[in-house]
Design a protein around this ligand. Structure first.
Ligand code: FES
Length: 102
């Protein structure tokens, strides 16, 4: 099994019953997730960068939330238009996008 160099978690307010309801879902969390999926696919980095859709992190007021490991960086109020910058700067460049850090 190949282990990822980074793992990106995107809150889309997923729930165990399969429903997606909640703050991050209502604030484009699903669109953020889709932008990450597209960006990772376009860059051909899916083998090293894992992406997971998650449930609530408990800080909804700062959502949509994106968490990147192993750095343990938490981004808040992420919009679909922020995704390219996170991929360019942090994921591929190694420089955290400080303006989005919470
Ligand atoms: S629904 Fe995303 S942090 Fe609560």
């Amino acid at each position: 099994m190949q282990k990822p160099t980074r793992h990106i978690f995107v809150c889309s307010s997923s729930r165990p019953n399969g429903q997606q309801k909640g703050f991050c879902h209502s604030k484009e969390g699903v669109d953020v997730m889709m932008k990450f999926m597209e960006g990772i696919e376009e860059r051909g980095i899916g083998g090293e960068i894992f992406l997971s859709n998650t449930g609530c992190f408990g800080i909804c007021e700062k959502g949509p939330i994106v968490v990147v490991y192993p750095e343990n960086v938490w981004y808040g109020s992420v919009t679909p238009s922020d995704v390219e910058e996170i991929l360019d700067s942090h994921i591929e460049g190694g420089t955290i996008v400080e303006r989005l850090v919470i």
